[in-house]
Design a protein around this ligand. Structure first.
Ligand code: TRP
Length: 337
């Protein structure tokens, strides 16, 4: 039986952190054995709200790919490619744009939330490019006949939008496109060092996969602990402490139990507790960091992976394009053969 096709991706706007790791990367590493897998670095989409900062997007393409490779995404199993290098995708975007109204895009909850947070970029009036990025994302997915799209909850409205486009397109041109499904990753959502529900670069509360042990140490020292615990021998409440929260992710059961009971009894100081956590996180991330170092020192290997991935991806997208153009009666000088 043929494997189902999985596709997902990230905007290259920064390095990936442990929130990405537990939230999606671990899951992708598992899925790459089960599905024919594609992962795109969405540089075109990143430009829709970073159009005035092309250097940032370009630089982060390689950073994100090095993060992928260092956590175990295997270029032999998974096609990693750069979105802008597949010209069939913007071509499809144009055709699909006939099947989406402006009002529908303006109502898209993901777009609405992002716009509210991006007043500094767009002011009162959104660009055509940003408003239309869900159409572009529908092209990303359908160009590869992907039916499985692993994403976080925030992306569900984009997948729904894609499904609508597929249904409308197929109702006019025949069963040409495959209707994808979102695959909600079972991943954990990781809070920031400050206790914020979300870990993110702009929030300054993230530990990156590429952070050095020194950086990890510094960040862990700033993590928010039980605010009511002022003196070392005050009894603490580990349930409101970010250090304990992270111990549960990075330390073994025995250590966690010790942290919990000693904190409650007021026999363990926060500084010692943080030191131990920083060490455990550093140790946990060591293999990832070491693998990443190899790719940092061998940029030509990363380039080669991207070139090969992009070539493979392009072939696949070209096959879809042929089908789409045939169905749309745009296959001039070929249909009479
Ligand atoms: N919108 C996704 C993000 O912000 C990135 C992305 C672009 C994507 N194209 C995609 C995800 C196609 C899944 C499928 O992270």
């Amino acid at each position: 039986m043929e494997k189902k096709i999985m596709l997902t991706g990230d905007r290259p706007t920064g390095k990936l952190h442990i929130g990405h790791y537990f939230g999606s990367l671990v899951n992708r590493v598992k899925l790459q054995d089960e599905f024919e897998s594609y992962i795109l670095v969405a540089d075109v989409q990143a430009l829709t709200d970073n159009f005035n900062n092309p250097e940032k997007v370009r630089k982060n393409v390689r950073e994100v790919v090095m993060d992928y490779l260092s956590v175990g995404i295997d270029p032999e199993k998974c096609t990693i490619y750069i979105q802008s290098m597949i010209p069939e995708v913007p071509e499809l975007t144009i055709y699909y744009s006939n099947f989406v109204t402006i009002a529908r895009l303006e109502r898209n909850p993901t777009v609405k939330t992002e716009l509210a947070a991006k007043r500094d970029v767009f002011g009162e009036s959104v660009t055509y490019g940003f408003l239309g990025y869900p159409v572009n994302q529908a092209a990303d997915i359908t160009a590869f006949d992907a039916t499985i799209v692993p994403v976080g909850e925030d992306q569900l409205p984009l997948i729904e939008q894609c499904r609508e486009i597929v249904r409308k397109f197929n109702s006019v041109y025949g069963e040409v496109l495959k209707e994808p499904e979102a695959y909600l990753s079972e991943g954990k959502r990781i809070k920031g060092l400050d206790g914020n529900e979300k870990m993110g670069k702009s929030l300054g509360n993230a530990i990156y996969l590429s952070d050095s042990p020194e950086e990890i140490y510094k960040k862990v020292m700033s993590a928010v602990t039980d605010p009511k615990r002022i003196k070392k021998d005050d009894k603490g409440n580990p349930d409101v402490c970010m250090v304990y929260y992270y111990h549960k992710l990075f330390s073994n059961k025995e250590e966690c139990n010790g942290v919990c009971s000693e904190c409650k009894a007021g026999t363990r100081g926060c500084v010692a507790c943080k030191k131990q956590l920083a060490e455990n996180i550093s140790e946990y991330l060591r293999p990832i960091r070491e693998k990443r170092k190899y790719y940092e020192e061998h940029p030509e290997v990363v380039d080669q992976i991207l070139i090969e991935g992009t070539n493979r991806a392009r072939k696949k997208a070209q096959e879809t394009m042929k089908r789409v153009k045939g169905a749309m009666k745009l296959d001039y000088f070929e249909s009479d053969k």
